[in-house]
Ligand binder design. Structure first.
Ligand SMILES: *Cc1c(COP(=O)(O)O)cnc(C)c1O
Length: 422
């Protein structure tokens, strides 16, 4: 099935069960069992069904199936935020004494989580260059449990060498995890390029209107075999789990990565998705394809305008032929569409601030992926805690302005930027 069709119908059959056209919100904490035996069977996984909304919820279940189908995955699990999705994906494979390899081009929240917070759990992060993966393989050792990167990174707007990263991960039997938030499943499907696990902040383009925070994890088919083949590295999937009556995850014929997150991590840590948010995302995901097309088209027009403007020193948008990521956008993204993030360099720090304060249509907001256009100066906001060296490493200059292009008419956005620049 095509993605537009999945986005509208995936995971829901209105001829069965509820029979409603719109997926209802199962606004419930828990579920009634038929009898004591039914309850025991559900806990023993002899029968599948809902127990408690921290673990599963029928509304969230539809969203999970829809996301899995959209990404070409075998299974998905929704959680309370993109940050929770990253934490679960990493802690599902790594523990104290282990290390992970992370891209040098990551979202700020991912950097603090994976370098500072996770270090306090005894997990070390080592950084590799995602543009060419040149220093990736040499850093892998017996304790390396995951390679984490963003397909199209926020805020650097850089595209990773997905093919090379996947090839190195496969050759070394190390799980690859791709944050696909900015590209969205409409433009790119990491699993189709061999990535093992995809994470999303559904707060961004999947939501599309800046109305809720959510996250998702999607896994490819066949991870049980991968864990068995690499059983030394991923022993906790093939050995009995003492926290779950000695359950061996690879013995269960369900997508293993999400199963372990649900049964162990969601059970114990509990950052679950609210059914209300799942319902909201089921509405917005229906239009993901057409929105991503419009975000990308608008962005290309705005980027071309900026590139030609005398007060703009440089523009970073992978849809521009001048971009170092243009070839990768053409190779990986549907129709070369490059999503809605643009950054540009103003003439000075003051000039960048002036542009931001002079725009009328753009809201000064640190979010991305909204239908409304957003503008921010990373150096004075999202990245203000970083030293000049760290700013440079993160690819953020004091003169950088980041735009998240919305769904307005591009002529109005261009007119607004033009008056702000002059
Ligand atoms: C926003 C974002 C996150 C974090 O998601 P939240 O839903 O805000 O927790 C992770 N990765 C990327 C690329 C993001 O843009």
């Amino acid at each position: 099935m095509h993605k537009e069709t999945i986005a509208v119908h995936g995971g829901y059959n209105n001829k069965e069960g509820w029979g409603t056209m719109s997926v209802p919100i199962a606004q419930t904490t828990a579920y009634a069992f038929r009898d004591a035996e039914h309850a025991a069977n559900l806990f023993a996984l002899k029968e599948l069904g809902s127990i408690y909304t921290r673990l599963t919820n029928p509304t969230t279940d539809v969203l999970e199936q829809r996301l899995a189908q959209l990404e070409g995955g075998a299974g998905a699990i929704c959680v309370s935020s993109g940050q929770a999705a990253i934490f679960y994906a990493i802690s599902n494979v790594a523990e104290a004494g282990d290390n992970i390899l992370i891209s040098d081009k990551l979202y700020g929240g991912a950097v603090t989580l994976l370098t500072h917070t996770i270090k306090r759990f005894g997990i070390t992060a080592k950084v590799f260059k995602s543009a060419d993966a040149s220093n990736l393989e040499e850093q892998i050792d017996d304790k390396t449990k995951a390679i984490f990167f963003e397909s199209l990174s926020n805020p650097q707007i850089a595209i990773a060498d997905v093919e090379k990263i996947v090839e190195i991960g496969k050759r070394n039997g190390v799980l690859t995890i791709c944050d696909n938030t900015v590209a969205s499943p409409a433009l790119f499907n990491p699993i189709k390029w061999g990535v093992d696990v995809v994470v999303h902040s559904t707060s961004k383009f999947i939501n599309g209107q800046g109305t809720a925070v959510g996250g998702a994890i999607i896994e490819r088919d066949g991870l049980a075999d991968f864990f068995k083949e690499n059983s030394k590295r991923y022993y906790h999937f093939v050995e009995p789990d003492a926290s779950y009556h000695g359950l061996v995850y690879t013995d269960v014929p369900l997508p293993n990565f999400c199963l372990r997150i649900r049964l162990a991590l969601l059970r114990d840590i509990g950052a679950c998705q609210s059914p209300n948010t799942s319902w909201l995302l089921l509405q917005t995901i229906e239009t993901l394809e057409i929105r991503m097309e419009k975000h990308s088209k608008n962005s290309l027009e705005v980027a071309k305008f900026l590139e030609a403007h005398p007060k703009v020193k440089s523009v970073n948008y992978p849809g521009l032929e001048s971009s170092p990521y243009y070839d990768k956008a053409q190779k990986y993204f549907e129709g070369g569409k490059a999503s809605g993030l643009i950054s540009f360099e103003a003439e000075s720090y003051e000039e960048a601030k002036k542009v931001i304060d002079s725009t009328k249509l753009f809201s000064v907001v640190v979010n991305i992926g909204d239908s409304k256009s957003l503008i921010v100066q990373p150096a004075s906001t999202t990245h203000s805690q970083l030293s000049p060296e760290e700013l440079e490493k993160a690819g953020v200059n004091p003169t950088t302005v980041r735009l998240s292009i919305g769904l307005e008419n591009p002529a109005d956005l261009i007119e607004d930027l033009n008056q702000a620049l002059n």
